[in-house]
Design a binder for this molecule. Structure first.
Ligand code: BES
Ligand code: MN
Ligand code: MN
Length: 462
């Protein structure tokens, strides 16, 4: 990998300039107004894959946003690495909270990133991390040092639940045949504490609507005698958790995987500082399910959170109104072996059952996803661990993450393939938030580490 690594060192500035061009495209998958931007981002990813040495690069149109596919088969006898990532991004809102425009990438130094970080929507999630793979591949293929066959599947709908990728992988099973799926869309504990994500939570996401009277009412004339949907909704949300922060939906915990004392002790060995945690997000106290640590609450335990709540008058000044309707978006993060469809149904039944007679409620399910785990004795995990040990000088710690990448469970179900989650972001990188950024250290460390993954994986499969 000598030539590959020299090539990477000699092309650092170009890699960054090229990533900046991709970051300037506002490929927000959720907003129909950005449809052509999403298409442009797909075209740019395809162009880079081609230039990096991939054959058969194709922009696969779907009922939604396109999937970019490319591959380089050097020898059918060698193992095949299938790289998955996404070029779509979350909306930049609230834009007024960005210190510099979301789609005008710039480098700024921070306490955590003294060498500088790239500030832009998608810098870390996931354009910057996808780009590491394309550039690592370019370095290996242009220097004749590609140790495995490589396939790329970069989608444009991850942030909206991958509705069309699920169909694509069912239709393209043969084309996607591989030995391992490699994904960089997660993070490490810190730049001097490497880790590999061994689990992702699943997701059940619903929108609820509570309707009272058939129209907005004068809150003086009717208030006190007619149920206010916002008051009712708040009360119903309050009933979804008890005072120990346990979720009260009957059957919710029935299938939750129970970790052994040994597994929990193992988890507790990963470095973690609660004071630092609180300080990093400026809270005075943590809060969560009784009997579990902060780490456990945010990885191996399921949750229920209101993501948004609205209704009534929220404009300037005061308007006296008793609104007709109230709404909320509620997500439940799931752990092995909870099933999102089952949980959504349990939520619906319970939510309807606690509604007072004075209102009607509707529960509309959104996208969901299954949890996933990667065993640490798999070839993929070992290859990632060895590669990171080489570049960080330390053995990475296996760690379950609280986030979700729902398609990972489908990769296993449909393609029969395990996924290695070798991401390089930090929790403090503000993904999905204003001022998202990605460390230059992390970007280059990723590009340096990926070729060693290929090398290690090829050796383990000899
Ligand atoms: N890359 C994230 C998920 C992630 C980030 C996992 C960091 C672990 C560590 C992904 O793009 C994402 O945002 N997923 C969504 C779910 C999706 C269905 C919108 C999430 O977790 O909220
Ligand atoms: Mn992502
Ligand atoms: Mn995301």
């Amino acid at each position: 990998m000598k030539k590959t690594q020299d090539f990477i060192s000699n092309n650092q500035q170009r890699f960054l300039d090229e990533l900046f061009e991709l970051l300037r495209i506002p490929s927000v998958s959720a907003d129909p107004a950005n449809k052509s931007d999403v298409q442009s981002a797909a075209e740019l990813v395809a162009k880079h894959l081609k230039e990096a040495g991939a054959d058969e690069v194709e922009i696969c149109q779907t009922a939604g946003h396109p999937i970019v596919y490319g591959e380089k088969i050097i020898d059918p006898k060698l193992p095949t690495v299938l790289v998955y990532g996404h070029y779509d991004v979350q909306p930049a809102d609230p834009i007024e909270l960005w210190d510099s425009p979301a789609f005008e990438p710039i480098i700024k130094k921070t306490d955590i990133h003294p060498d500088g970080a790239i500030f832009a929507r998608g810098a870390c999630d996931d354009k910057g991390q996808v780009f590491m793979h394309i550039k690592a591949f370019e370095a290996m293929s242009k220097n004749g040092e590609l140790p495995c066959n490589a396939k790329f599947m970069i989608e444009g709908e991850e942030e909206v639940g991958s509705p069309n990728l699920a169909i694509f992988i069912k239709e393209q099973k043969e084309r996607l045949a591989a030995d391992i799926i490699l994904v960089s869309d997660t993070g490490i504990i810190a730049n001097d504490v490497p880790s590999i994500t061994t689990g992702l939570r699943g997701l059940s996401y619903v929108e609820v609507e509570v309707t009272g009277p058939n129209r907005d009412l004068h809150s003086g004339l009717y208030g006190g005698a007619v149920a206010n949907p916002i008051n009712v909704l708040s009360d119903m949300i309050g009933q979804l958790q008890d005072d120990k922060h346990k979720i009260t939906i009957p059957g919710f915990y029935d299938k939750v995987e129970v970790l052994t004392e040994e597994e929990r002790n193992e988890m507790a060995r990963a470095p973690y500082d609660e004071e630092e945690y609180k300080a990093s997000i400026k809270i005075n106290a943590v809060q969560g399910e009784e009997g579990y640590t902060t780490r456990e609450r945010s990885s191996i335990r399921p949750t229920l959170d209101v993501n948004g709540i609205w209704g009534g008058y929220i404009g300037e000044g005061a308007k006296t109104v008793l609104p007709s309707k109230a709404f909320a978006k509620i997500s439940m993060r799931l752990v092995p072996h909870q099933d999102p469809d089952e949980i959504t149904e349990l939520f619906k039944q319970y939510f309807e059952s606690i509604a007072p007679e004075s209102v009607t409620v509707k529960v509309n399910p959104h996208h969901g996803g299954l949890p996933a785990v990667t065993p640490i004795d798999s070839k993929g995990y070992i290859a990632a661990s060895n590669a990171m040990e080489k570049t960080f000088g330390k053995k990475p710690i296996p760690l379950r993450s609280g986030g979700s990448i729902p398609i990972v469970a489908l990769f296993e179900q449909v393609l029969g393939l395990k996924t290695v989650l070798m991401g390089f972001g930090l929790n403090s990188d503000a993904i999905h938030s204003p001022n998202e950024h990605y460390g230059l250290f992390n970007f280059y460390k990723g590009i340096e580490t990926i070729p060693y993954f290929y090398e290690e994986f090829a050796n383990l499969n000899k």
